[in-house]
Ligand binder design. Structure first.
Ligand code: HEM
Length: 274
């Protein structure tokens, strides 16, 4: 394209562009493009570390717990791995665990190995859990996690939206009502696992705790079903993470999340606590 500043022949001037004519009104300024998204610091580094440490530790605890579970003295070798059941009254829907499960995973007769792993990794689980409680308490992040008065109502609304029975999500900050309830329950389940675990590990030395749990058998029952509830949480959690998409998952790795500019700013929220 011809450029007027390079025209060296004054007898034959090139036509000036409209905005360059001395008498022309100044060209309207081009509107700056407006940002529609921004990057938020969603998960602090400490939370990410503790979260990901939990995953293999919990896996090892559940696995080693399974190795221990078959060794039920009450039933000595008579269905030793079918202590608990799902049923009502005399009706039994399912015994835990069915033979095919044990055969599939080759778990029987590794009880001492299970005990070794269980009693080592429980300390990692406890230290990590205590570190999470301390960090969330001191940093103020607990405010994002504990349920609010509106959380149950919000959780129902979120579930209805997930099931496509309703439109319009309730307002939230870092977590919605359902997540607040789920993550707080997860922490309480962790406490319950540890307390019932100690009650069956040292029933003589910690007899007060064992009694508080309703006795040895009850403590065992509670330990087992809390673990099952934890597994239930885990399956729903992973399903929700997949449903929420890649950006949400990535935020638990990098810490940052892509948000619409209108979304609540987590940084502003954090500053408001100080
Ligand atoms: C494959 C395994 C897992 C994946 C992919 C995963 C992924 C995630 C993601 C992406 C978040 C952030 C959710 C959000 O920002 O909306 C999160 C939070 C959380 N996850 Fe997991 N998770 C896994 C395993 C677990 C396990 C085993 C536990 C049980 C202890 C757990 C407990 C939690 C808790 C308590 C939070 C909230 C953390 C906080 O804000 O302090 N996750 N998870």
């Amino acid at each position: 394209m011809a450029d007027a500043s390079l025209n060296l022949n004054p007898a034959n001037p090139l036509p000036l562009a409209a905005g360059d004519r001395p008498d022309a009104a100044p060209a309207p300024e081009k509107a700056e493009p407006q940002a529609t998204i921004r990057i938020d610091e969603k998960h602090p580094l400490a939370i990410r570390w503790m979260h990901w440490v939990n995953f293999p530790v919990l896996f090892t605890m559940v696995w080693s717990g399974l190795l221990i579970y078959w060794n039920d003295s009450d039933n000595a070798y008579n269905y030793p791995h079918r202590v608990y059941r799902i049923g009502l009254g005399r009706f039994t829907l399912l015994r835990l665990f069915p033979n095919w499960f044990y055969n599939l995973f080759h778990v029987p007769y590794h009880v001492t190995q299970g005990l070794g792993y269980h009693s080592f990794f429980m300390w990692v689980f406890i230290v990590n859990g205590l570190a999470w409680v301390a960090y969330t308490a001191f940093s103020g992040e607990w405010r994002f996690v504990i349920p609010l008065k509106s959380s149950l109502r919000d959780a129902i609304q979120v579930t209805l939206v997930d099931l496509r029975l309703r439109k319009g999500l309730p307002p939230q900050t870092k977590y919605n009502g359902g997540q607040r309830i789920a993550y707080t329950s997860c922490a309480l389940m962790g406490v319950m696992m540890v307390l019932t675990g100690f009650a069956i590990w040292k029933p003589t030395q910690l007899h007060l705790l064992t009694t508080l749990c309703g006795g040895y058998e009850m403590a065992r029952w509670l330990h087992f079903w809390t673990t099952m509830s934890f597994m239930g949480f885990f399956l729903i959690h992973v399903y929700q993470v997949i449903a929420a998409g890649w950006s949400n998952f990535r935020s638990m790795v990098s810490g940052e999340d892509i948000q619409g500019v209108d979304a609540v700013s987590l940084d502003a929220e954090r500053k408001s606590w100080r």
